[in-house]
Design a protein around this ligand. Structure first.
Ligand SMILES: Cc1cc2nc3c(=O)[nH]c(=O)nc-3n(C[C@H](O)[C@H](O)[C@H](O)COP(=O)(O)OP(=O)(O)OC[C@H]3O[C@@H](n4cnc5c(N)ncnc54)[C@H](O)[C@@H]3O)c2cc1C
Length: 492
């Protein structure tokens, strides 16, 4: 690349949050995507849709109430109020950006009901292809916006700070290392799913943006809260597992084992169903989702995207039960931000799954994540317009970072069930690598947070502390706060 766009905001990640920030700001900006646009992100894979209080009998206050209930005492009530209040406008804006949501025969938006929502409020597109349609429309707009420079096959490898402010970033594009001098960096790099073997996320979603922010000293919060989806497709794979959406259980699908017996309540909260399936698998059963009693042989008509994923794995969901197992699906925690996506570091913003506003608390309400990605992505875009952004003359020397595979360690210790012994053991394995390896660092930070929370709440279940603490308290920390307990985390 000959003319480097120094002095522009750099948006790390091209999912819904990153593209919304890029389309909202009026400034020239750079978007990094480690893969061709539209791939390598969770956003295009979203099936259910996006939550917003749009039905005549619904209100943002009811949406907020359901969100607070799911969050199990740890949501930030102001974040919940502000983000749910923007739901209807978010849908209007997405419509104006060209997203085609599914409609009823009367041409109103067709709204689905999902578990733990008290009203039908999930706007969806192409049945279960919601994320793909939203991303199609946004990518089209991005491609038609000349002030947005998209760097494909490019990933963030280092974040530079000087006197506590962002001063630049390192990128690897194909095999070339590039340094961009800028005082504005937006981490929109998604969640942490691919740090685990069992995940619904693509391989690029591995918490590297979080690791870079942590090394720079950003405040992190709620990292122990990792949501496991109860029903991912149980097939032999090294990569992500296709998701069998909650909507299948909502439509009457039942969970059975190899004997044909039911063993749990299908519509219980996500974390309870995930724990029940994990326990049944541990007892050497297999678990299947059977929609035949309710849907007969019409599964493919109701869930075309899921049916296609099953067929690609050699399964016919119209005639046979679908083998399922839990998989990491969403990270409630992340880089702590305010409602403008501002982190604790001047010049560093975070939005989408990489950030944490406190909307989700200890457990995310289904379909609230696309809403948050859009709302906070837009807030960051607006904040950039008011920020003073420069191109520093120099920036600090880059350090080398590696990306090794610690998935088994993290899965064994900070999976659906955790305890002090397994978490301490994992920290001992991870911390010697955490100075130089982004995956080890984020994994160690999750283990550290899980070790600190000596109770079970929301998605976090401690076998050695199965009860709830009397006071609900969020844990925010920086890498420097935990140096005393894990000195190997000190950046070189
Ligand atoms: C299968 C599946 C189904 C889901 N269904 C729903 C749903 O129906 N409704 C809902 O609300 N939520 C759903 N979710 C969750 C939701 O999709 C995500 O939370 C949301 O899309 C996150 O958006 P994002 O922009 O923050 O991240 P993503 O869309 O994941 O994008 C992150 C981007 O950052 C890039 N990136 C990562 N690391 C780097 C790096 N080091 N340098 C540069 N770029 C980097 C990635 O490649 C990607 O482009 C689902 C998730 C999955 C996996």
């Amino acid at each position: 690349m000959t003319d480097l766009p120094h002095g522009q905001p750099v948006i790390v990640g091209a999912g819904l949050a990153g593209l919304t920030a890029a389309l909202t700001t009026k400034r020239p900006c750079v978007v990094l995507s480690p893969h061709p646009l539209g791939t390598g992100a969770a956003s295009p894979l979203a099936q259910g849709g996006i939550a917003a209080a749009l039905a005549p009998d619904d209100t943002p206050a009811l949406h907020a109430q359901d969100t607070l209930a799911a969050g199990d005492g740890l949501c930030d009530p102001e974040a919940v109020r502000a983000i749910t209040a923007q739901g209807p406008d978010a849908i209007q804006t997405l419509l104006s950006l060209g997203v085609t949501f599914d409609r009823t025969a009367a041409n109103t938006l067709d709204l689905h009901l999902e578990a733990a929502h008290s009203r039908p409020r999930i706007a969806h597109a192409n049945g279960d292809g919601s994320g793909a349609e939203i991303m199609r429309a946004l990518i089209r707009k991005v491609r038609a916006t000349p002030r947005i420079t998209v760097l494909e096959n490019a990933k963030l490898t280092a974040l530079h700070t000087r006197n506590g402010n962002v001063s630049g970033i390192d990128i690897r594009q194909d095999a070339t290392d590039i340094t961009l001098r800028t005082t504005a960096c937006i981490i929109a790099s998604g969640g942490i799913g691919a740090l685990y073997e069992q995940t619904t996320s693509p391989a690029a979603i591995a918490g590297t943006g979080l690791a870079m922010a942590a090394r720079a000293g950003a405040t992190l919060i709620d990292l122990e809260f990792v949501q496991f989806h109860p029903t991912a497709l149980d097939i032999e794979t090294q990569g992500r597992r296709p998701l069998i959406s909650e909507a299948v259980r909502g439509a009457g699908g039942i969970l059975i084992d190899e004997t044909g017996n039911r063993f749990t309540e299908e519509l219980a909260p996500r974390d309870q169903v995930a724990r029940a399936i994990a326990a049944h698998l541990k007892d050497r059963h297999r678990v299947f989702l059977d929609s035949r009693p309710k849907l007969g042989n019409r599964f493919s008509t109701h869930f075309p995207t899921i049916a296609a994923a099953c067929r690609a794995a050699g399964l016919d969901p119209d005639t046979t039960p679908i083998p399922v197992r839990p998989a990491v699906h969403y990270h409630m925690g992340g880089i702590a931000t305010d409602l403008h996506g501002q982190t604790s570091i001047p010049g560093l913003w975070a939005c989408g799954e990489a950030g944490c506003t406190g909307l989700h608390g200890a457990n995310r309400l289904a379909s609230n994540s696309l809403l948050e990605a859009f709302v906070i992505g837009r807030a960051v875009g607006n904040a950039l317009d008011g920020a003073s952004i420069a191109s520093p003359l120099t920036t600090t020397a880059p350090y080398r970072i590696t990306y090794n595979d610690f998935r088994k360690t993290l899965g064994d210790s900070a999976g659906i069930l955790r305890n002090s012994r397994s978490l301490t053991h994992a920290l001992a394995t991870l911390t010697p690598h955490a100075r130089t390896d982004a995956h080890a660092l984020t994994s160690a930070l999750i283990c550290h947070a899980a070790l600190q929370r000596q109770e079970s709440r929301g998605a976090h279940f401690r076998q050695d502390h199965p009860g709830r603490a009397p006071m609900a308290k969020r844990h925010a920390f920086t890498m420097h706060d935990i140096l005393a307990s894990t000195p190997d985390l000190i950046p070189s």
